[in-house]
Design a binder for this molecule. Structure first.
Ligand code: NAD
Ligand code: FES
Length: 294
């Protein structure tokens, strides 16, 4: 069992938990995720790692209640436990495998949208630990939904923007990217993490500006183990699966429209059957309902 040491609301309906998971904490790297399961009958939920403390043996997760399982999680408190807490899963951020001296030459911008601020934090923190500075844009709908601002400011040059202008700069993250450029900032590398629609428009913006961009395709994952086929996406002219090949991909090559349409189709039995027909051998078919695994 994996004991919850701390649980609470971070902002609005965004929740944070610190979980005792020493083996995950010992090995995880920024960009990776965990699969959480509350009990024998519960579904597996993939969640990005927001922070880790190797000495204390803890992992911090941040989530929004969207389905039955994550809604149940909101009632958990310190002292409760998860039955399974599997990880670290997925590939670590490419930044972690680049020589530090090369990274120091790069001007790196992170774009963190809403709950997507959580997986950006360990990347900015990791760079800070290597002595590399970076800029971070935190975007939120409104002042009350800005998360992790203090922690982010401790490790990166942080710009906060709210859609309604109630705090920090005004407007969506894409406007903030363009404003920073027109104020004289320049970037070689961008990592955008947040809702799919945000990542799509960030990629369009940075393509125009000629900034190489990485996005995290966590939102389309279901079981996170390479079995269900939910996270199939097109990157360039290749078929990839976010949970095993990613979750990070070149944002200028991801077909966001297809990924968003597919995520909606995947929710129904009829939709999965149609995907099976259209995708043939690359459907991956472990969803157990479309017949592709038989
Ligand atoms: P949100 O809807 O509040 O959006 C956050 C910010 O994204 C906004 O403030 C805005 O600046 C920007 N944004 C939104 N739409 C945009 C558009 N059309 N153009 C430009 N910028 C835009 O975000 P939320 O409610 O906190 O997000 C929840 C979503 O985040 C969930 O769908 C979840 O799956 C996703 N998420 C993604 C990751 C990941 O790894 N990619 C991690 C955690 C959560
Ligand atoms: Fe199921 Fe990737 S989330 S195959």
């Amino acid at each position: 069992m994996y004991k919850i040491l701390k649980a609470g609301v971070l902002a609005g309906n965004i929740y944070e938990m610190v979980v005792e998971a020493p083996r995950v904490a010992a090995r995880c790297l920024p960009g990776q995720f965990v699969i959480v399961k509350l009990d024998e009958k519960a579904e597996r939920i993939p969640l990005t790692i927001c922070d880790y403390d190797r000495e204390a043996g803890t992992i911090t997760i941040v989530f929004q209640p969207v389905g039955a399982s994550t809604t149940k999680y909101t009632a958990l408190k310190a002292g409760d436990s998860f039955m399974d807490f599997v990880g670290p899963l997925g590939c670590a951020s490419d930044l972690c495998s680049e020589p530090v001296e090369e990274l120091k030459k790069k001007k790196i911008l992170f774009v963190a949208g809403g709950v997507g601020t959580a997986p950006v934090y360990p990347q900015a923190k990791w760079l800070h630990e290597q002595g590399i500075s970076c800029d971070v844009i935190i975007g939120a709908k409104t002042k009350d939904l800005v998360i992790l601002e203090g922690k982010m400011k401790a490790v990166a040059n942080t710009y906060v923007t709210t859609d309604d202008g109630s705090y920090g700069r005004s407007g969506m993250v894409t406007k903030c990217i363009e404003d920073l450029i027109s104020e004289g900032h320049s970037y070689d590398h961008c990592v955008a993490i947040g809702p799919m629609i945000m990542m799509k428009f960030c990629a369009l913006t940075t393509k125009k500006l000629g900034i190489h961009t990485i996005v995290s395709m966590n939102p389309i994952m279901v079981d996170g183990t390479g079995m269900c086929g939910a996270c199939r996406l097109i990157v360039g002219d290749e078929v990839k699966f976010a949970c095993v090949d990613g979750p990070e991909f070149d944002g200028h090559l991801v077909d966001f429209d297809a990924a968003m349409k597919r995520a909606t189709q995947y929710k129904t039995e009829e939709g999965r059957a149609l995907l099976r027909l259209q995708e043939g051998d690359t459907h991956h078919g472990g969803c157990g309902e479309c017949g592709g695994d038989r």
